[in-house]
Design a protein around this ligand. Structure first.
Ligand code: PSU
Ligand code: MN
Length: 305
């Protein structure tokens, strides 16, 4: 049995040099409530196909990591209670024949192994608040330091320590560029208050950076920070209020480790009466569209090389 499966659609696109964008499954299984999650998974794929880009949704199904899912696979990641799978869980799930929804780290790793170079998500994992005590830092960061893939995200959730996350990315030599801005976004909000050294104008410029990285023989990924348009962002005052309540609730419930992110996200959706969910979906759609443009620019750059 092959170590992982690349769908025939993704294989054909890889062979022909057509644009491909990887999509993660943890955002579907654990980051969005049912049944909106299933609709969202299908919509992200459709947004890509409408742009002539092949979607490669990644998940582990019955022990086999998949790069590219069929309709039944997409249904499973939305409806089944799947384990949240980071890179370290992959061999365990594989040996047990178990299924898992892949995080940014595991998705990036598997997509890059398959040869997919662009990935769209909502927000990255990062350094948790209080990490100087708990050491809770997402494996997303360390994985992007050793995985040559371009990830389009709306920054990191404001439930994390954004400043510390940016510092860690600097230490890990992972480049971060703002898409049309030097403001690093805070997921539901357009601006986090942290600025970036570099901004890029368009998708072609990102493709140029990817090519230069390859030429230099570097292995690090590239983070494209894509802020949500101002008219779509969550009202900052309501955001601050709901977040404060969510932290209190997490502490009261005694949630720790990898359960913290899904707990806070679920709580925030409820406490905001669904407003945070609409913003979450809007920012993810925006990221998928920008990733589609980057994958297309990358494919044409490679064709002309
Ligand atoms: N951001 C979201 N929704 C999510 C995640 C991040 O808005 O579901 C998921 C991603 O899959 C990310 C993971 O890789 O959370 C990070 O979890 P942890 O902090 O346990 O590494
Ligand atoms: Mn963690």
């Amino acid at each position: 049995m092959a170590a992982f499966t690349v769908s025939s659609e993704v294989s054909a696109a890889l062979e022909a040099g057509r644009p491909i964008v990887a999509l993660e499954s943890t955002i579907i299984s654990h980051g969005l409530p049912r049944p909106r999650n299933h609709a969202a998974a299908l919509e992200f794929e459709a947004l890509l196909r409408d742009r002539g880009v092949t979607p490669a949704t990644v998940a582990v199904l019955d022990g086999v990591p998949h790069v590219g899912l069929d309709a039944e696979g997409v249904r499973r990641i939305a409806e089944e209670d799947l384990a949240k799978a980071s890179v370290r869980d992959l061999p365990i799930l594989a040996a047990r024949g178990a299924s898992g929804a892949t995080t940014v780290a595991a998705t990036a790793k598997l997509a890059a192994l398959a040869g997919v170079r662009v990935f769209a998500t909502g927000g990255l994992g990062g350094v948790h608040r209080g990490a100087s005590e708990t050491f809770d830092e997402s494996a997303d960061l360390g994985t992007l330091a050793v995985t040559p893939i371009t990830v389009v995200s709306a920054g990191v959730k404001s439930v994390l320590d954004i400043g510390a996350t940016l510092e860690r990315l600097e230490t890990l030599s992972v480049p971060v560029v703002g898409f049309g801005t030097t403001m690093f976004p805070a997921f539901w909000l357009r601006e986090s208050g942290f600025t970036l050294d570099w901004s890029v104008r368009d998708a072609a410029e990102v493709a140029g950076i990817m090519a230069a990285r390859d030429d230099l023989g570097l292995r690090e990924g590239l983070i494209v920070a894509n802020p949500i348009p101002r008219e779509q962002q969550w009202d900052p005052a309501e955001h601050d209020l709901v977040l404060a309540t969510a932290f209190e609730a997490a502490e009261k419930a005694g949630v720790h480790g990898k359960a913290v992110t899904p707990f806070l996200l679920g709580f925030i959706v409820d406490a905001s009466s669904g407003r945070s969910l609409e913003v979450n979906l809007d920012l993810a759609r925006n990221n998928v569209r920008v990733a589609a443009d980057i994958a297309s620019a990358w494919a044409s750059l490679r064709r002309s090389a």
